[in-house]
Design a protein around this ligand. Structure first.
Ligand code: PXP
Length: 238
């Protein structure tokens, strides 16, 4: 089975920093520590309202991080321009609503196929690997492939919420990505308790995990938490 990568989302380090308006805790320092502890890449979501990650975080991470940076963003003109100028390794296009606490569902790649064509093409031409965050539904995966995305990130939120049949839905969508020759990532709501079955899906080559790892780091420290998640992912892989 191919190796599986762990991407740490550091948005909530920025949430904590912003609670007091200063510079501590620094998401870049957390990213560096996580990479030293075994994370493969860093994910940040630059939201329209800049509620956690800010433009300066993106600039500092691009300047200082040697590892791949995955920029989550809405497919808006503003964000596409920022991404094309800063050229992260990857961009994950997500739906974004002002009032949501976190990304609530997958992107409707099928319904928005026409409007997504331009953003996907511009980002790809800028040398950025584009992934689309979609629910594990075959029509959405097929639309992502038609759009020329390099990857899909399968939304694991319903699986994490305990939905019946959700693991099977993820496994089937993952199999389709292999047929379409598009890389398969997954994320949202993953924890020590539920990561194993997703990491065991052979087509899944990257997991992006944020809230649980940052929260658990309060108790165990960020380095040990990253090391344990890596261990669980690799055990599941056999
Ligand atoms: N992947 C995507 C596309 C997301 O929007 C998020 C949440 O920011 C995650 C992964 C990580 O989810 P969580 O914070 O629940 O681990």
């Amino acid at each position: 089975m191919s190796p599986i990568r762990l991407g740490l989302n550091v948005d909530h380090v920025a949430t904590l920093r912003n609670a007091r308006g200063g510079v501590h805790p620094d998401p870049l320092a957390a990213a560096e520590l996580a990479l030293a502890a075994g994370a493969d890449s860093i994910t940040i979501h630059l939201r329209e309202d800049r509620r956690h990650i800010r433009d300066t975080d993106l600039a500092r991470m691009r300047e200082r991080l040697a590892a791949p940076l995955n920029l989550e963003m809405a497919a808006t003109e503003e964000m596409v321009a920022i991404a094309c100028a800063s050229r992260p390794h990857a961009c994950c296009l997500v739906p974004e609503h002002r009032t949501e606490l976190t990304t609530e569902g997958g992107l409707d790649a099928l319904g928005q196929e026409v409007s997504l064509r331009g953003p996907v093409a511009r980002l790809t031409e800028a040398g950025i690997a584009v992934s689309l965050f979609v629910d594990p539904d075959p029509p959405q995966v097929l639309a992502a492939a038609r759009l020329g995305a390099a990857a899909v990130e399968l939304h694991t939120g319903q699986y994490a919420g305990g939905g019946e049949g959700e693991l099977d839905r993820l496994a089937k969508a993952a199999r389709l990505t292999a047929e379409l020759r598009i890389a398969c990532h997954a994320g949202h709501g993953l924890t020590f308790a539920n990561v194993g079955p997703v990491a065991a899906i052979p087509e899944v080559v990257e997991l992006n995990i944020g809230h649980f790892l940052i929260g658990q780091a309060i108790f165990d420290g960020l380095g040990p938490v990253i090391a344990k998640m890596r261990r669980l992912m690799e055990q599941a892989r056999g």
